[in-house]
Design a binder for this molecule. Structure first.
Ligand code: DQA
Length: 151
């Protein structure tokens, strides 16, 4: 029952996630980003949320979108992909966002190479979901629906 007044959740996807489905499917699964977007939008509709779903390979573009979200979104779900482990700029932008932030990773980053164990985003995230594949996005949406309803 999403309507024009439905709270907006910005779902951000970082570099190389446009290649899901063909990129290392044994790690990231067979779903494409378009499949994930469709299932997230379906769930958002059921939860009475509007989802703005985006992907960029550019760090600056992600930063700009997070800045804009201060005025346009009630919550952010972010899979910053490789920038998770490198980007102080994305951390700084998220720090200025007042609503709930859920960090999502398809893979369990703690079972992988040690450089993936550190996330710049976790320290500002309300919660972190990793290792549950595409379902992690739906769990993140359920969590932000709850937070947005309570705020
Ligand atoms: C990822 C994990 C990151 O370490 C990696 O760089 C990605 C995807 C994930 O969803 O599992 O690109 O964020």
């Amino acid at each position: 029952m999403a309507s024009a007044a439905a709270p907006t959740v910005l779902v951000l996807n970082g570099p190389n996630l446009n290649m899901l489905g063909t990129r290392e499917p044994e790690i990231y699964g067979a779903h494409t980003l378009i499949d994930i977007e469709a299932s997230v939008k379906d769930r958002a509709h059921d939860l009475g949320l509007f989802v703005d779903f985006r992907q960029s390979n550019s760090e600056g573009e992600l930063v700009t979108w997070i800045q804009e979200a201060r005025l346009t979104a009630s919550a952010i779900i972010i899979n910053a992909a490789g920038y998770t482990h490198t980007s102080v700029a994305i951390l700084d932008a998220l720090q200025a966002f007042k609503g709930p932030i859920v960090e999502v990773h398809l893979s369990n980053i703690f079972r992988r190479e040690t450089f993936r164990h550190h996330s710049y985003i976790s320290g500002v995230a309300t919660g972190v979901i990793c290792g549950l594949g595409a379902k992690g996005y739906l769990l993140a949406l359920d969590a932000v629906a709850d937070k947005v309803a309570r705020s």
